[in-house]
Design a protein around this ligand. Structure first.
Ligand code: SAM
Length: 334
């Protein structure tokens, strides 16, 4: 089929070529690309990296239509972790052998620059680890202060690279400002993570082609791709969720376009399909993020329902035949 060889040889395709591929790819070609994605991942990285995920707050000023912790979400029991709780979670994680901590949360004004800088600084003082932040859109100045305090990486999915769909999903937010944040983070020297959900309402192949092309142009160090999960008490509760197969296809194509990207087998995939994580890891993903949020609050960080939360991930991965890599796991050549 047209463009398969080109993609494998050049790791690049135009928007039109990606679109052609999305509309015409068959099972055999998909398997060829999956094998190539797995080969590429192994060329640059040894094993599966683990990141300890700490969900620091489910307060959020944003009102994303898909998200279970959106501002106007009813019946959400709100919590935030204080510095001591976060440090305790880090200590547990360190003792488990984890060497990257991901602090993720809603856009919660409590986590001002001052508060967050102090937390990042205190973690760095205690442990030789990488810190990833994922607390949404902030100013250039704020990202700069956090970088200076010791943050190494930042996850901010672009969610969708289609303007119209972005507007439908995010009232009072803009795709332009999301992209500005990603470019600011790159400029400041963070390892940056973008990414998108798969199976959103009105997400055509044209939209997917835009997402993949945007990723190629941004050239982020990390890419998070997971299925959209229709969630109760959100405006999208009655829509169809995304599928595992389509998500896997996007992971494969992203690995082909960005051979060195760090890519998680997302919790959303593991939530939809008990084999979802393994399928992603055989298709070019190379990161898993065990949840190390204190038990008491974990059940309240419910961005979607039945969220998978397995803490014995290392054992499960090894049982499935994957080698687990306990290093910090920076981007290749970083
Ligand atoms: N506030 C931060 C941000 O905006 O990047 C991080 C927290 S946000 C809850 C983390 C990610 O959860 C989002 O980037 C989004 O892609 C994902 N998410 C939220 N609701 C979801 C849903 N219903 N299904 C799948 N993923 C979802």
């Amino acid at each position: 089929m047209k463009y398969i060889d080109k993609l494998i040889k050049t790791n690049d395709l135009s928007y039109d070529e990606i679109l052609y591929l999305l509309k015409n790819i068959g099972d055999e070609e998909l398997e060829v690309l999956r094998k190539e994605a797995f080969r590429l991942k192994n060329k640059y990285y040894k094993g599966v990296f683990l990141r300890g995920l700490i969900e620091i707050s489910n307060y959020c000023k944003c009102n994303c239509r898909y998200c279970g912790i959106r501002r106007s979400g009813k019946g959400v029991s709100r919590y935030r972790l204080d510095k001591e709780e976060i440090l305790r979670a880090c200590e547990n994680a360190y003792n488990m052998g984890l060497r990257t901590f991901v602090l993720q949360g809603g856009e919660d004004a409590y986590f001002s620059d001052e508060v967050l800088v102090d937390i990042v600084h205190s973690i760095k003082e205690r442990y030789d680890v990488a810190i990833t932040l994922s607390v949404g859109e902030r100013s250039y100045e704020s990202y700069k202060l956090l970088k200076e305090a010791g943050a190494d990486r930042y996850l901010l999915r672009h969610e969708t690279a289609d303007d119209e769909l972005y507007k439908f999903l995010h009232e009072d937010m803009s795709l332009e400002s999301r992209k500005d944040c990603l470019y600011n983070l790159k400029k400041l020297g963070y390892q940056v993570g973008a990414g998108f959900m798969v199976g959103l309402p009105n997400q055509t192949d044209e939209v997917f082609a835009k997402d993949l092309r945007f990723l190629k142009d941004l050239d982020p160090q990390m890419v998070g791709i997971g299925p959209f999960i229709a969630t109760k008490n959100t405006p999208l509760e009655n829509y169809e969720s995304g599928t595992v197969d389509k998500t896997i296809l996007m992971i494969i194509l992203t690995r082909l376009l960005l051979p060195k990207a760090m890519m998680p087998a997302t919790t959303a995939l593991a939530t939809m399909d008990k084999d979802g994580r393994d399928k992603a890891l055989l298709s070019g993903a190379n990161v898993v993020m065990p949840n190390i949020t204190p038990e008491r609050q974990r059940k309240n960080y419910r961005i979607y329902e039945n969220k998978s939360s397995e803490t014995n991930i290392k054992y499960l991965l090894e049982k499935s035949g994957f080698e687990v890599n306990m290093e910090k796991g920076d981007y290749y050549g970083w």
